[in-house]
Design a protein around this ligand. Structure first.
Ligand code: GRG
Length: 301
């Protein structure tokens, strides 16, 4: 992917302190967890969360950083599990050996599990440490959204339908369900949590969910396009994996050109919703999130 237009190092500085220290007898799993999070990654979700928080008036980053860390831990756990032999059976992630290849399947399952639990703990601690009732309420709502969008109402539901249907032809409705939940749900949670913790209005929390839904869909369709037209060097993972796994994608359903057009439409809708926020309150600076939307939906890896 072309160089990120946000400061990945700044995001890392905010989330790394929440990772477990590598010490004691269970070091293997602690190493696997740290390595999986620190092994590259665009930090799209925590970066979007932070920028939404700032755009909607948040300034104290200590309020949002636990949720940024929790989000990246959940995202990482899903990647570790997704790469396992019983799922996608991938040996490369971000151009490097996957967690199960380096640490064994048993440790990879446990490292993924432990990251989900750590994410829950870190966000629960944020609630427990809130300085006043309002901040506590916001943090509690953020945790509910995080759990909903991760679990059986979110990413996991999308993954279930995806895994169950590998090799089956899918309808557009089924594909949309998978994309909206498997990829979109964590993006929705990221933007919603940024809004909730900043103290945004209900309308803006809703708008951020819609913006994320459009970005998520565009992001996933772009994934379909890249799997078809990119190279292994550029992507950092094998190409033509959809064909290998006999997956229905937007490209197989509608062709490359229509898939590209859909990405443009979804991206335009996300930008329109950001404009709406600006029109309602002229003091909102939507430039960073608008640029991020364009960058994410036009990515090349
Ligand atoms: C363990 C919580 C948990 C869930 C297990 C395996 C699984 C259920 C879900 C898999 C969901 C999945 C892998 C969706 C794909 C989402 C996606 C587009 C990932 C790539 O995201 P990027 O491009 O990755 O942000 P980087 O490498 O930049 O972090």
């Amino acid at each position: 992917m072309s160089k990120a237009i946000y400061d990945i190092q700044k995001v890392d500085e905010l989330i790394f302190p929440y990772l477990p220290k590598i010490e004691g007898l269970a070091q293997t799993i602690l190493k696997a967890m740290n390595a999986a999070v620190k092994n590259g990654g665009k930090r799209v979700r925590p970066a979007l969360m932070l920028e939404t928080f700032k755009m909607l008036g948040g300034s104290d980053t200590s309020l949002i950083s636990p949720f940024m860390a929790a989000m990246e831990m959940i995202h990482t756990s899903s990647l570790i599990h997704d790469d396992l032999p019983c799922m996608d059976n991938d040996v490369l992630r971000r151009g490097k050996p996957t967690t199960w290849v380096t640490y064994g399947e048993d440790m990879a399952v446990l490292a993924g599990d432990a990251l989900i639990v750590e994410a829950s703990k870190v966000s629960a601690v944020a609630i427990a440490k809130a300085k006043d009732f309002e901040k506590m309420q916001r943090a509690a709502r953020a945790k509910v959204v995080l759990d909903q969008k991760t679990g059986i109402e979110g990413m996991i539901a999308g993954q279930v339908v995806d895994v169950e249907n590998t090799g089956n032809a899918l309808s557009k409705a089924e594909l949309d369900f998978i994309y909206r939940l498997k990829t979109g749900a964590l993006l929705e949670a990221s933007l919603m949590i940024g809004a909730i913790v900043s103290g945004a209005s209900e309308r803006n929390i809703e708008r951020m969910e819609q913006i994320a839904r459009n970005i998520g869909m565009a992001f996933q369709i772009q994934d379909d396009i890249l799997d078809e037209v990119s190279t292994e060097e550029e992507l950092g993972k094998p190409i033509h994996s959809d064909e290998k796994n006999q997956k229905t994608t937007y490209v197989t359903l509608f062709g490359i050109e229509n898939a590209k057009k859909k990405v443009q439409e979804l991206s335009a809708e996300a930008l329109r919703l950001l404009e709406e926020i600006k029109m309602e309150d002229k003091s909102r600076d939507i430039t960073v999130l608008s640029s991020m939307t364009m960058w994410l939906t036009q990515r090349t890896n």
